[in-house]
Structure formats: C-alpha cells, structure tokens
Ligand binder design. Structure first.
Ligand code: NDP
Ligand code: GDP
Length: 329
C-alpha cells in the first residue's frame, strides 16, 4: 500500500523538492499551506516542478494546534516532515517573537498533534547548522556543542531538543536532520546564493548594474536541496530514529561563491560588486563546515551535486526567468 506523507512547509524550497521525491517513490503527499490572499503565488515552486496537481494541499498554520490536530486525524500520515519555519536568519532579529512562535513552539504543536492523534507516525524535524553559530569545533558533527547566534538559531535549537525529548519521553520515531545550507533555483531570493544568481542575471540582462552584499568573508558549507531532501527521506526509513548532520564537508566564502556566478555569466565581479555595511548582521556566523561521516555510514548518503554545478544551474534558471519575462513583454 502507498505510504502517506504530510509535509509542513510544502510551498518552500525543500517542501517542493521533497514532495517531488516522495511522489516519485509512490507516496500519497499532503502539504500544509498557510492561507493567504496570494495562493497562486504561494504554490509557484510546486508549479515550477509541475507537481501542483499531484499533491493534496490543506489549510493550516504551525501556530494553530487545533488545526494541526484535525489535519493529523484526517490524513493519518505514516511520515511527517516538519519543514515549516520562519527560516531567514536576518529577519529573525526584526521578528524574534514570531520566529520563536513558529520555528520553536510550532515544533511542539506538531509533535503534540501527533502524540495525541497518531503517535506511530515517523517524524522529521528540519534542524539547522545555524545552531552551531559561534563554532566550538572546526568541523561540526552530531557531537559538537551548539552556540546559536541569532533568534532563528535559538528557536531552531529549541525545535531540535523538543524533538529529541519527544523521542526519549514518548518513544516516538522522531529524527532531526542538522542540515547545512542548501540551495537550488527554488531558493528564496533573500538568501545569499539566490540573491547573487538573481543579481548576476539582472546585470547580464541590463536590468541592474550592481550587486550589493554584506559580509562576503563568511564561509558556508553549501549543498543542493535535491540531495538534502533525499537525506530527510532516508532518515525516516531507518528502524531507529536518530539525529544526523547533512553537509558536503567543504566550505567556501561568499566571495568565491559569487565569483563562480559572475564567471558563468561572463561578467567581471569587480565591476559590479558593492559592499553595503547595512547588510551586515548584528551577530555573524563566520564559518560553517559539516562532517557528514555518520550520514555516509548509516544512511549511505552523500552529496552528489557540487557547488559549481549548483551555482551554474541557478544562474541559468534566473537568466531564463528574465528571458521569459521579457518574452511576454
Ligand atoms: P523556505 O523558507 O523556503 O520555506 C519555509 C516554509 O515554511 C514555507 O512553505 C512557508 O510557507 C512555511 N511557513 C512559514 N511559517 C509558517 C507557519 N506559521 N505555518 C505553516 N507554514 C509556515 O525554507 P527551506 O525550504 O529552505 O527550508 C525548509 C526548512 O529547513 C526550514 O525549517 C528551514 O529553517 C530549515 N533549514 C533550511 C536550510 C537551508 O539551507 N535551506 C538549512 C537548515 C535548515 P509560505 O510559503 O506561506 O511562506
Ligand atoms: P544563513 O547561513 O542561513 O544566514 O544563509 P544566508 O544565505 O542568508 O547567508 C549566508 C551568509 O552570507 C551569511 O554569513 C551572511 O551574512 C552572508 N551575506 C553577505 N551578504 C549577504 C546578503 O546580501 N544577503 C544575505 N542573505 N546574506 C549575505
């Protein structure tokens, strides 16, 4: 019999790629969607992948426990992937309370809905490498202590530990994936990779002349969302729920990532890049580098798409977006 999955955050980058993966594995896929007046825009990623009509969308919000209980009662999912969050670090200083309500307490809401209605479901929590923040070890593994550096990271740390706690308290099959940054053509435009590839496409097509960035010395371990959603699924196929670091094991500066994008478009980065002090953060995560050894050994998982391939794919997708816009006049 086909398995049933419930994805919170299905309209986001990972939600869309995960839905695509689960559909191709024969799942019946349900997704929680925040009601808004722009439903057509919200489902743009599912449309981009051509799967909008293949998933069941249900109105809901991670802050609304009664709605979550109702959804779990109706869907009775075999697997729940909790990807919904206020996910942008910089916004979390502007909206710290909302970030806490959704990204932290929202995890307890969905766990409570499962505990009350369907405790046998397997649960995945989208934890984040941002929890390492001010890094305590040069390479971060499952054993590395956390030191969050933003309201977002503090909220994610709560979500991580409440997942561990429900596993230990109630024996739930709850796993947490500590995912390092991962990107794709479907990445939100506010994140630095997509801001860069979109900016390069705008410069290439004559719509802009400069690209303004903040701290380009920051280093991240960047992978591709398509690879990372496969790791989420693999975690829930294990007999025992555990936590895993998902990363490439390579770290790169924002500057060098940016250079790949400009070079791919045949542009000279020095002619266009402007450093804007306004874009620096109140507290920075200078460098992240993950050690994915456990995922490799236990899940047989490793990243397959390189940073270079991914950035080129993103630049091409953004160039295509602008070409088709001008084509429509
Ligand atoms: P996105 O920002 O693209 O997607 C976030 C999703 O959460 C969207 O579908 C959004 O809906 C939904 N959402 C936000 N608030 C609520 C709410 N109150 N109730 C219900 N849904 C809500 O994130 P990604 O796909 O990139 O990331 C997926 C998850 O993984 C997030 O939890 C993120 O924090 C985490 N993560 C991501 C990493 C990355 O590098 N991408 C790294 C580590 C962790 P809407 O479309 O309506 O805004
Ligand atoms: P994060 O790791 O989840 O915060 O992912 P981001 O893609 O938002 O940021 C990655 C790094 O790029 C951080 O260290 C930022 O400070 C740095 N960065 C430099 N300029 C920018 C910018 O203009 N926008 C964003 N989003 N990040 C920037």
């Amino acid at each position: 019999m086909a398995k049933t999955a419930l994805i919170t955050g299905i309209t986001g980058q990972d939600g869309a790629y995960l839905a695509q993966l689960l559909l191709s594995n024969g799942y019946d896929v349900h997704g929680l969607v925040r009601r808004s007046s722009t439903a057509d825009v919200n489902t743009a990623r599912l449309k981009w992948l051509g799967i909008e009509d293949d998933v069941h969308l249900v109105d809901g919000n991670l802050r609304d426990l009664s709605g979550l209980i109702r959804t779990v009662r109706e869907v009775k999912p075999d697997e729940v992937y909790n990807l919904a969050a206020q996910s942008f670090v910089k916004s979390s200083w502007q909206q710290p309370i909302l970030t806490g309500e959704v990204t932290a307490l929202g995890v307890t809401n969905i766990l409570e809905a499962l505990r009350l209605e369907h405790p046998e479901a397997r649960f995945y929590q989208a934890s984040s490498s941002e929890m390492y923040g001010l890094i305590q070890e040069p390479e971060q593994s499952e054993a590395t202590p956390f030191y969050p550096r933003s309201p977002y990271a503090v909220a994610k740390l709560y979500g991580h530990w409440i997942t561990v706690n429900y596993r230990e308290s109630f024996g739930m099959h709850a796993s947490s994936g500590i995912l390092f940054n991962h990107e794709s053509p479907l990445r939100g435009i506010e994140f630095v990779t997509r801001k860069v590839t979109d900016g390069v496409a705008r410069i290439k097509t004559g719509l802009a002349s400069e690209l303004r960035l903040g701290n380009i010395d920051a280093k991240r371990d960047w992978g591709h969302s398509k690879d990372y959603v496969r790791a989420m699924w693999l975690m829930l196929q294990q007999d025992t729920p555990e936590d895993y670091v998902i990363a490439t094991g390579r770290t790169t500066t924002v500057r060098d990532m940016c250079a790949i994008a400009f070079a791919h478009a045949g542009l000279d980065m020095d002619d266009h890049l402007v450093i804007d002090p306004e874009l620096f953060r109140p507290a920075e995560v200078d460098v992240l580098l993950g050690n994915p050894a456990k995922a490799r050994e236990k899940l047989g998982w490793q990243a397959e798409i390189s940073l270079e391939e991914m950035i080129r794919e993103m630049v091409d997708a953004d160039l295509e977006r602008y070409a088709s816009r001008s084509g429509r006049g």
